[in-house]
Design a protein around this ligand. Structure first.
Ligand SMILES: NC(=O)c1ccc[n+]([C@@H]2O[C@H](COP(=O)([O-])OP(=O)(O)OC[C@H]3O[C@@H](n4cnc5c(N)ncnc54)[C@H](O)[C@@H]3O)[C@@H](O)[C@H]2O)c1
Ligand SMILES: N[C@@H](CCC(=O)N[C@@H](CSCO)C(=O)NCC(=O)O)C(=O)O
Ligand SMILES: [Zn+2]
Ligand SMILES: [Zn+2]
Length: 367
């Protein structure tokens, strides 16, 4: 039956309140309006940022909402004025948009895009500042402009990357967030040179995706250590971990990455960098009210503190390129999928994320 122009009722995991288990509900998804695309989501993974917003610590977190932002699917229908995708296209929704026209896109200095960010930050669509999701007339907020924990979602056209239809959606859904963030932090933000000594604070998906030659992995979950050759567990040392690293590496590392969202680890990551040139990149998302600190002397003496969003990749232009790299076996994705479940098991998937040993859990949305 043709669904174009109709309201679709489908299953979605709804976050009604912070930290309360998600519930699978019948949700009404309105047709896409001007400049919007309705996508049938086939697979979605869970990223730590979903757990962060669900926890209530995200200043932009709004409830009730539909979380989820690392997914792949097929375009079901498009609104007026949408020219770059059509029904049947295989796509990855992108929380970091790329319009090509705004001040940010034109700058050539950043992958951030300003076109829809104000609307996505308050859980609505740009054209009428309303949600396309509801339950019996009660609206639910969108999340990160993607809301992929729903069998159907509506996104802005500037937030859709069209990909090779031959790509396995159950795998390349990871290219919606975690893997590009890790790769891009190394390639685009830090621009790590071959032979550099690199410390990665945590061996989650974003951390592990940072494939570099000389890697020192730091995590408190020892189950993750089998994935790297050199590792440290801060719990096994009395000295501050930055001191342990400085001693081990003849003065500090060339680059470090913090992929946890813990401001005290961010400080360790900066302070384990080598005097004169060491660069530390913040990837982890810290809670509302948290602030970073260090002695300014750390920066005066040549260390550099930076951050990255989606690894600096321009989403619509570079996600299809990352998919091609995966298809050509130039980048790894499958290795990060440790669990596969159905949408109905989403709370179990979040438990797995917190239990350790889990990297990415992919949910099949229509099983
Ligand atoms: N900047 C971005 O664009 C971007 C994109 C994706 C994710 N993120 C953020 O990156 C972080 C990682 O996301 P993820 O999905 O890879 O998470 P994950 O759950 O897969 O991994 C987190 C890891 O941190 C480890 N850890 C927790 N506390 C630690 C500590 N004190 N010391 C050492 N290790 C510790 C855990 O054992 C786990 O291995 C999150 O904060 C997430 O919000 C940011
Ligand atoms: N609402 C959050 C913002 C969190 C954040 O920094 N998000 C990252 C992506 S995390 C993906 O897993 C990001 O891209 N930030 C840039 C942006 O949001 O425009 C908060 O306020 O803490
Ligand atoms: Zn993410
Ligand atoms: Zn833009």
């Amino acid at each position: 039956m043709a669904t174009q122009g109709q309201v679709i009722t489908c299953k979605a995991a709804v976050a009604w309140e912070p930290n309360k288990p998600l519930t699978i509900e019948d949700v009404q998804v309105a047709p896409p309006q001007n400049g919007e695309v309705r996508i049938k989501i086939l697979y979605t993974a869970l990223c730590h940022t979903d757990a962060y917003t669900w926890s209530g610590k995200d200043p932009e977190g709004l409830f009730p909402c539909i979380l989820g932002h690392e997914a792949a699917g097929i375009v079901e229908s498009v609104g007026e004025g949408v020219t770059e995708v059509q029904p049947g296209d295989h796509v990855i929704p992108c929380y970091q948009a790329e319009c090509g026209e705004c001040k940010f896109c034109k700058s050539g200095k950043t992958n951030l895009c300003g076109k829809v960010r104000a609307a996505t930050g308050v859980g609505v669509m740009l054209s009428d500042r309303k949600s396309r999701f509801s339950i019996n007339g009660k609206p639910l907020y969108h999340f990160m402009g993607t809301s992929t924990f729903s069998q159907y979602t509506v996104v802005h056209d500037v937030s859709v990357a069209k990909i090779d239809p031959k790509a396995p959606l159950e795998k390349v859904c990871l290219l919606g967030c975690g893997v590009p963030t890790g790769l891009g932090a190394v390639w685009n933000t830090a621009k790590v040179e071959p032979g550099s000594i690199v410390a990665i604070f945590d061996l989650g998906t974003v951390g592990l995706a940072q494939r570099v030659q000389k890697l020192l992995g730091i995590d408190i979950d020892s189950k993750k250590f089998e994935r790297v050759t050199e590792f440290l567990n801060p719990k096994e040392h009395d000295k501050p971990i930055q001191q342990v690293i400085v001693d081990l590496t003849d003065g500090g590392v060339d680059y470090s990455f913090e992929c946890i969202g813990n401001v005290s680890v961010m400080r360790s990551a900066l302070e384990c960098c080598h005097k004169g040139w060491g660069t530390s990149v913040i990837v982890g998302v810290a809670a509302s009210g948290e602030e970073i600190c260090t002695r300014p002397f750390q920066l005066v003496t040549g260390r550099v503190w930076k951050g990255t969003a989606f690894g600096g990749f321009k989403s619509r232009s570079q996600v299809p390129w990352l998919v091609e790299k995966y298809m050509n076996k130039e980048i790894k994705v499958d290795e990060y999928i440790t669990h596969s479940l159905a949408l109905a098991e989403i709370n179990k998937a979040f438990d797995l994320m917190h239990e350790g040993g889990c990297l990415r859990c992919v949910l099949a949305m229509h099983e």
